[in-house]
Design a binder for this molecule. Structure first.
Ligand code: ATP
Ligand code: MG
Length: 193
């Protein structure tokens, strides 16, 4: 499951958990993007913050892991590269790419869209406020419990001093507060660079 995860929230986690259960997956690999090419118009938080929040949010689930392939690859993130890298690391694995209804709508515009379908099966999950449309493609569609949560809304709430408790995992609430993320100019860096 790829995402900006800025920050990761319960919508992501419920979707991943539901897909893992329905498709009987051994593992869900969360892959925080490097510089997302669709989001160049806004400041995306440092990759290390997004990676660490994803680790915190998934740590207690034995079948959830987090991959650094996208944040370690220079340049903008393209899903085709993500899938190629994951395939290299797990040559025998059958890969599924989990995506929400909004991202599914953009999929045909992606770089090397044709090869994408040979590398993984695509699972589109429902998301409140977005029409789920596989457009005749060989995409599996799955209804997941509706969580009307977005990272954009979480960031806005933090900026306005509103709580994000129960929208994101407790550890992520604390991480956001510790590093003063989403409050404007005084965001602290992750201390790793
Ligand atoms: P932003 O508002 O910054 O775009 P987001 O909430 O859309 O953040 P992303 O990191 O962009 O989160 O999403 C990663 C993936 O998770 C995408 O495929 C997206 O469609 C899916 N997703 C995000 N939120 C939900 C949700 N509430 N329910 C189902 N799928 C979701
Ligand atoms: Mg999004």
């Amino acid at each position: 499951m790829g995402g900006t995860f800025d920050p990761i929230h319960h919508g992501h986690l419920v979707a991943a958990s539901e897909v893992a259960s329905v498709f009987d997956l051994d593992e869900v690999v969360f892959v925080p993007t490097g510089q997302p090419w669709q989001k160049v118009d806004r400041d995306v938080s440092e990759a290390e913050h997004r990676y660490l929040m994803t680790v915190i949010a998934t740590a207690s689930n034995p079948s959830f892991t987090v991959s650094r392939v996208d944040i370690e690859r220079p340049g903008p993130t393209f899903t085709i590269d993500t899938l190629r890298d994951l395939k290299k690391q797990r040559p025998d694995a059958q890969l599924f790419f989990i995506t929400g209804a909004d991202a599914m709508a953009q999929i045909l515009t992606w770089k090397d869209a044709e090869e994408l379908w040979t590398l993984a099966e695509f699972i589109g999950v429902t998301r409140p406020g977005h029409e789920l449309d596989g457009r005749g493609r060989d995409v599996r569609l799955l209804e997941v419990p509706a969580m009307a949560i977005s990272s954009t809304d979480c960031r806005r709430r933090v900026g306005e001093g509103k709580p994000v408790w129960y929208l994101v995992p407790d550890g992520v609430v604390q991480y956001i507060s510790k590093y003063r993320l989403y409050r404007g100019a005084d965001q602290l860096d992750a201390g790793t660079s």
